[in-house]
Design a protein around this ligand. Structure first.
Ligand SMILES: Cc1ncc(COP(=O)(O)O)c(C=O)c1O
Length: 411
């Protein structure tokens, strides 16, 4: 029966997130406490107005246009134009069941090589394999905030000048929690060599400083912006994301539309109708408050872990940090993470899942193990989120950090 499965699929292994969930379950079944720092999803509820709109639209039962509901695409275009002085129209937007599916279809249609920074989000690599494209992994450094330099990109592209290249750039970043500071240089090199950029901005609304720059500001004609509701709106399970594709890339948009129509058809209708309100109503208070909570928790974790045993870059957006544990005890980061969960109950994802070589003792820490709804509802009048509030509403994060720190000091 195994022969019925294509080799290209057989080579893929189950995602590390699933493995860590299994390990978590095993320990919990034994009655042990687990600090769930492995899995990353928004801890907050979808804003009430948007939830109500879903209820109001539950009767919507017709297939919608394959590019997405026109009113939603118009709302998305206005939202993007307001944010970044662009001139997108509804026709530049394609709605998908999460950006993950749209990225997968982009891999399927793209003819050329894929440039992936190390670290990269866990799905870019497997999707590139399924798209049968060659991947160039680009090692980054903490001193460049875990993003590639323009020179590194240039070095790769110069070796294959006849090929097309597609660069994935994700800022704020999963897993490092950092923001790319050299967008201008990267935009220029992309322009010079006609490199297509997929700018994964799924965490951009959760940038801890007020402004979040986009590479599309430096190379608008060569950049597809990818974002959606999953992170800032607490709606990962709603499965709604979109690409904003400039007119200069309309052939790509047209091919994506065909692939969409031959795969998911269109995103579920009630969700599309309800999502209009996510882009047209004012959610600034919700975003401000959720961002503040994430920032304060992220800073707490950062301040309390960083030491000569644990190196970390400061969190700048989203809900992750990427600690490096200084030790000679383990051969691989997976071995280290297994030891950490067994000795402390803290679940982390190994750096090797994000493209790092196995012997780098890096891991992704997601600081979302708290009840976001409770946190929001009980702190609406608070001007400041101090340690008392954190210990009341994010006790697992504080406890897990203390266990991890202790572990690192004693290996
Ligand atoms: C960096 C990054 N890009 C894309 C996605 C996928 O998001 P969506 O829910 O829109 O498919 C995620 C989700 O974890 C992510 O972390």
């Amino acid at each position: 029966m195994n022969k019925m499965i294509k080799d290209i699929v057989k080579k893929l292994k189950p995602s590390a997130t699933l493995q860590i969930n299994e390990e978590t379950k095993r320990l919990q079944d034994q009655g042990k406490k687990v600090y769930k720092f492995g899995f990353g999803q928004s801890p907050f509820p979808v804003p009430e107005i948007v939830r109500n709109e879903l209820i109001n639209n539950v009767h919507q039962n017709k297939y919608l246009p394959m590019q997405g509901l026109i009113e939603l695409r118009e709302a998305v275009a206005v939202y993007l134009n307001k944010k970044s002085k662009k001139k997108f129209r509804a026709d530049n937007i394609i709605i998908g069941p999460g950006t993950k599916e749209l990225m997968f279809l982009l891999h399927i249609l793209f003819e050329g090589d894929i440039l992936l920074p190390v670290p990269s989000w866990v799905s870019y690599g497997p999707q590139a394999i399924l798209g049968r494209n060659k991947v160039h992994w680009i090692e980054t450094t903490s001193s460049n905030n875990w993003f590639p330099t323009a020179q590194q990109i240039e070095n790769i592209v110069q070796l294959n000048k006849n090929k097309n290249h597609l660069l994935f750039l994700n800022s704020p970043n999963n897993p490092s929690g950092t923001i790319c500071k050299n967008l201008n240089d990267l935009g220029n090199v992309a322009k010079k060599y006609n490199i297509l950029i997929l700018s994964d901005e799924i965490y951009s609304e959760l940038s801890f400083s007020d402004e979040c720059d986009s590479i599309s500001n430096y190379n608008p004609e060569g950049t597809i912006i990818s974002t959606g509701l999953s992170k800032w709106c607490g709606a990962g399970g709603w499965r709604l994301g979109f690409f904003a594709i400039p007119d200069s890339l309309k052939n790509i948009k047209n091919s994506l539309k065909i692939l969409a129509s031959e795969s998911f058809t269109s995103v579920n209708s009630p969700i599309q109708y309800a999502s209009i309100s996510a882009f047209t109503k004012d959610h600034s208070n919700y975003v401000k408050r959720t961002k503040k909570i994430l920032k304060e928790i992220g800073m707490y974790v950062y301040e309390n872990l960083k030491s000569n045993k644990i190196l970390i870059n400061k969190p700048e957006g989203g809900f992750y940090l990427m600690p490096e544990f200084i030790n000679n005890k383990f051969q691989t980061s997976s071995e280290m993470c297994k030891s950490i969960i067994n000795e402390t109950g803290v679940a982390l994802l190994p750096g090797s899942e994000f493209g790092f070589s196995e012997n780098k003792m890096l891991a992704r820490l997601s600081f979302t193990d708290f009840d976001g709804e409770k946190f929001l509802n009980n702190t609406s009048g608070c001007k400041e989120i101090n340690q008392d509030i954190l210990s009341k509403f994010a006790p697992n994060v504080l406890e897990g950090v203390s266990k991890l720190k202790n572990w690192a000091e004693n290996i």
